[in-house]
Design a binder for this molecule. Sequence first.
Ligand code: UD1
Ligand code: MG
Length: 458
Amino acid sequence: MPGRTCLAIVLAAGEGTRMRSLMPKVLHQLGGCSVLAHVVKAARAAGTDELAVVVGPGQETVAAEARERAPQVQIFEQHERRGTAHAVLSARKAIAHGADDILVMFGDTPLVQTETLSKLRGALAQGAAVAVLGFKPVNPEGYGRLVMHDRELMAIREERDATPEERKIGLCNGGLMALAGEQALAILARIGNTNAKGEYYLTDAVAIARDMGLKAVAIETSEDDVRGINTKVQLAEAEAVLQRRLRLAALEAGVTMTAPDTVYLSADTKFGKDVTIEPSVVIGPGVTIEDGATIRSFSHLEGAHVGKGARVGPFARLRPGADLGKDVHIGNFVEVKEAKIEAGAKANHLAYIGDARVGEGANVGAGTITCNYDGVAKHRTDIGKGAFIGSNSALVAPVKIGDGAYIGAGTVVTKDVPAGALAIARAKQTVKEGWAKRLRKVKALGKNLSGKKPKKSS
Ligand code: UD1
Ligand code: MG
């Protein structure tokens, strides 16, 4: 909103009791990051200058997550859970800084879109002192109802306090609210706790603003926008909504997906042009896939970078720090972790490449393992440009294979191999002519002696 300053207050006090979890509700994962991270991201995208997060007593993990997502965040503790207005007032100091717009957001309502927050702020810019989000849920049970008169918002009635007549209202309160900074403290100070729950309800701000001669408005939005998360069922429902949005955005950005419903994305997944994702792929947080790359079915990626034109899978696993260059091929049952695979290098089948560099154009044969862990520490493997690693080789790190070197199949490499050399370390093969025939004869004789009839050969 040009020319107007904004403070967002995120209410995040509360445990994960209904989630049947020891972890605070807002730290549960949604699309590859915490529920709280989504709220913080939405707040920042709506152009907030200041961000305050209200946490419960001792909720250091929630504060830490907020700081990680927004280093400038101000953390306030609500010492006792006494209602949404009380929680907002825990951030009184931040409100007193005098921002033009105050956005009150719920830490457990992560799907709110930037445009929706902008609409709330827009209502303030047009002179409203309070703006709330209305929505028409399939089942309004439990929600506050918006009491309208001649298209004007008169009050919000919490369900417990509503008359049977008011309970019939289909337009409900989405919870999030925008308050004009100039009047916010005066409005909040007037909110009392004489209601069914004995709590300080933020929703009372509407009737109070009207009493003060100020304007209150409702902006209608979709149920998905204000979907709150209290249980694992609701978490899964929110995930479904988010995945749908992420897939749609990816398709619209030009990603090809033949079965988008089977592809799981993260909120921070980045795609280049002409990327193809085959069915049943899981993309965790921190993944970038560049132009023309293809991710084939049943692959799992997280914290990975896939270079231009690279091919991954089917059945590949890219773990954090996997960095694939241009036109790299990573095939079935290959796991890559903390490793730079340079342009044109290939590992097409059954390999583990961890804590390594694979030089440009190198070929890593089936069954190759970088033995990066000695039981105490991790060590690096460095494979030079154009090297050829024969099948079933064990590269015992720390070890260096020079440019263009050959490693014979089945070799256990424990010493550095110079550029252009061949390293081979396996027992020499011996051939004993006729040995198998003789063995079978002796075995057959043994069976006869034990009284069994020899089988007739056909
Ligand atoms: C609230 C609204 C209701 C609306 C619904 C939408 C109020 C009084 N009611 O009800 O009109 O329909 O959201 O989902 O606002 N919180 C604190 N400290 C407190 C109390 C709450 O931080 O003392 C936080 C919670 O962690 C949560 C948010 O505020 O993130 C909303 O509180 P909650 O108890 O879920 O309110 P509802 O009963 O759902
Ligand atoms: Mg709620």
